[in-house]
Design a protein around this ligand. Structure first.
Ligand SMILES: Cc1cc2nc3c(=O)[nH]c(=O)nc-3n(C[C@H](O)[C@H](O)[C@H](O)COP(=O)(O)OP(=O)(O)OC[C@H]3O[C@@H](n4cnc5c(N)ncnc54)[C@H](O)[C@@H]3O)c2cc1C
Ligand code: FES
Length: 260
């Protein structure tokens, strides 16, 4: 069940240019959080902007009752969010949405992130690792300064391969080319993906060609965040009769459910 609470900010730091990590205490929300779900954040104090902004669970510490977000500043809401200081409060609603399915122990998961789409995959990596899965993460970015999840992924202890478009770290080029060159499909039981739609489309295609099932997390403009307004409605396939609500039926969907 989702809760709304004012979370005490423990940490709020710029981890790279225009990218922030925000950790806050949310004792009502944190216990029920699952990887792939999101929180809906009010970024301004005076209801301006009026609408909350959806941000994925980047990490959750259930013992401490804290939630960490990783966000990129792109507009008014995320800009205002940067002003919140430690010891102040952030207005959060959650956990919301349908998260990732979790693989059984001893299976191997491939997590493919593009840009800030790495955010929900980090908490997923932690939970899969904790329950005994083998986890490989590949992350594509423009330049090495965007490889902000590296520290957390090292701490979790998963295999990590980066790709950068400018060649400043790891493989030079697209993360999908890295996937084709460096990952043996025979080693993978399931693929999880989050990032730009073009990238998710290609990853889904590669998975399908190799007979591997998987899930993607979609990004859509949201208003209520709880399935009440149709603000995020989308037909996943042109042949679908009905619209899906990304906030409630998703944001995570099976790769086979979507026509990109
Ligand atoms: C389920 C979900 C989880 C998300 N998780 C994260 C996360 O962990 N970290 C993160 O940095 N961002 C995440 N996002 C995207 C984030 O919600 C938007 O970047 C944010 O709402 C932008 O708000 P703003 O007021 O700063 O920008 P706005 O002023 O609203 O928009 C600025 C620019 O961003 C574009 N934009 C805004 N929202 C979206 C959207 N939902 N999809 C595509 N383009 C958009 C607009 O077209 C515009 O060009 C997530 C989105 C969804 C739906
Ligand atoms: S944002 Fe209102 S139904 Fe999804």
């Amino acid at each position: 069940m989702p809760f709304i609470e004012n979370g005490l900010v423990l940490r709020h730091i710029e981890v790279s240019r225009d990218m922030y990590e925000l950790e806050f205490i949310a004792p009502a929300i944190a216990p029920d959080c699952r990887p792939g779900q999101f929180v809906h954040i009010r970024s301004g104090l005076d209801n301006n902007p009026l609408l909350r902004r959806p941000l994925s669970l980047y990490d959750v510490d259930k013992k401490l009752g804290s939630i960490t977000l990783l966000y990129k500043v792109v507009g008014k809401g995320t800009n205002l969010l940067t002003r919140i200081r430690p010891k102040e409060y952030v207005d959060a609603m959650g956990p919301l949405g349908r998260g990732f399915s979790l693989l059984p122990p001893r299976k191997t998961a491939l997590l493919v992130g593009g840009g800030v789409g790495i955010a929900p995959l980090v908490y997923l990596a932690r939970v899969l690792q904790q329950q005994g899965c083998k986890v490989k993460v590949i992350h594509g970015v423009e330049s090495r300064r965007e490889l902000v999840a590296l520290g957390k992924l090292r701490e979790i202890g998963v295999e990590f391969l980066p790709s950068t478009m400018d060649g400043s770290a790891g493989y030079k080029g697209l993360v999908t080319d890295l996937l084709l060159k460096k990952v043996n499909p025979a080693d993978i039981d399931f693929v999880y993906c989050c990032g730009p739609e073009k990238m998710m489309a290609r990853v889904s295609e590669i998975a399908r060609e190799n007979g591997i099932a998987g899930e993607v997390s979609l990004e859509e403009y949201m208003a209520c965040g709880v399935g009440a307004c149709l603000g995020c409605a989308r037909k996943l396939k042109s042949s679908d009769a009905q619209y899906k609500k990304i906030c409630k039926d998703g944001p995570v969907f099976g790769m086979e459910e979507i026509e990109f």
